[in-house]
Design a protein around this ligand. Structure first.
Ligand SMILES: NC(=O)c1ccc[n+]([C@@H]2O[C@H](COP(=O)([O-])OP(=O)(O)OC[C@H]3O[C@@H](n4cnc5c(N)ncnc54)[C@H](OP(=O)(O)O)[C@@H]3O)[C@@H](O)[C@H]2O)c1
Length: 284
């Protein structure tokens, strides 16, 4: 099997490459410098050359607040870039795994979202990722759409790294407490993506670490494990004042994972401890 992978320089792409290597699966991974997915001709050329059996599409415009000011480019990457990849997969008969997001939902549901609950994105990023999903479903039958949330990897910036840095020299940190979701460690998610593409269980899935929390809960747990005395001051999203509106509840149900026989990811607190140990080890 040969796999083509976008977004290798990102958090999830980095760990997915590591997993493909661990399993001895042949792959070609590209960053935006090697292949800009908004360049339609370049995408077709690259895929026709490599002729993959499967494409894992991790690349995206992921800056949710910046997307509000840059809707055109965000749409070009997340929606049209995904459409181009789906068209190339259709031509080559390759499967496509598209990584999507909890932000396709409005957050108004009381309880975890099922895969077939209606979407209702609140921000530009969520709308463009949902458009990407629609193109994949229109163009292909052999696809996996994997909605995940609150990604945390060793590569790049993320919430855990920010709290670790700020808690070094801040007595108090203001953190949002009215958004409830699930942190997801990319080292847990990557093996599941590879399980999927080596199976023929196509469809829409939700995949996050088990359990849920608010951003403030997550910050508290980081400070507790790292024995930092920083006080976490819970604030509302309105008080925090981020540019993009985010869903208040983005818990995702795992029924579709269970039904297809895929294993669920570990509890987020267990994975957070493991992640913090890994960060320590890579720093020393
Ligand atoms: N981060 C989250 O909390 C989160 C939550 C839910 C879902 N997701 C989804 O999960 C996936 C992985 O997220 P992540 O956090 O790993 O992303 P990330 O760390 O921000 O990395 C994004 C990747 O996309 C690439 N990229 C951006 N624009 C591109 C373009 N025009 N052409 C080709 N590549 C381009 C970047 O390449 P360069 O670095 O080379 O520019 C980078 O490798 C994305 O689909 C995202 O929408 C993320």
């Amino acid at each position: 099997m040969k796999v083509f992978l976008t977004g290798v320089s990102g958090q999830l792409g980095h760990d997915t490459v590591a997993e493909l290597e661990r399993r001895g699966i042949a792959y070609c991974g590209v960053s935006s410098a090697q292949l800009d997915i908004t360049d339609r001709e370049a995408v077709f050329t690259a895929l026709r050359q490599y002729r993959p059996d499967a494409v894992i599409h991790c690349a995206a415009f992921t800056n949710v607040d910046q997307a509000e000011d840059d809707e055109e480019y965000c749409t070009a990457v997340n929606a049209y870039g995904t459409r181009t990849l789906a068209e190339a997969c259709r031509e080559l008969g390759a499967k496509l795994l598209y990584v999507s997001t909890d932000y396709v939902f409005s957050g108004e549901k009381n309880g975890p979202y099922e895969v077939d609950d209606p979407a209702g994105p609140l921000n530009v990023y969520g709308r463009t990722k949902f458009l990407g999903e629609q193109y994949v479903q229109e163009l292909l039958s052999r696809y996996y759409i994997v909605r995940t949330s609150w990604l945390i990897g060793t590569r790049g910036k993320n919430f855990v790294k920010t709290i670790l840095r700020l808690s070094e020299d801040h007595d108090t940190l203001r953190v949002v407490h009215d958004q409830f979701g699930s942190p997801t460690f990319t080292a847990d998610l990557a093996p599941l993506l590879v399980d999927m593409i080596t199976s023929d269980h196509f469809g829409v899935y939700h995949a996050t670490n088990e359990g849920g929390c608010t951003w403030a809960d997550l910050a508290e747990e980081i400070c507790r494990i790292k024995e930092r005395n920083t006080r976490i001051m819970p604030v509302t999203s309105a008080e925090y004042g981020a540019k993009a509106v985010r869903p208040g509840n983005s818990l995702l149900s795992k029924h579709s994972l269970d039904a297809a026989g895929f294993r669920r990811l570990p509890d987020w607190k267990t994975s957070l401890k493991h992640y913090l140990t890994t960060l320590n080890e890579s720093a020393s």
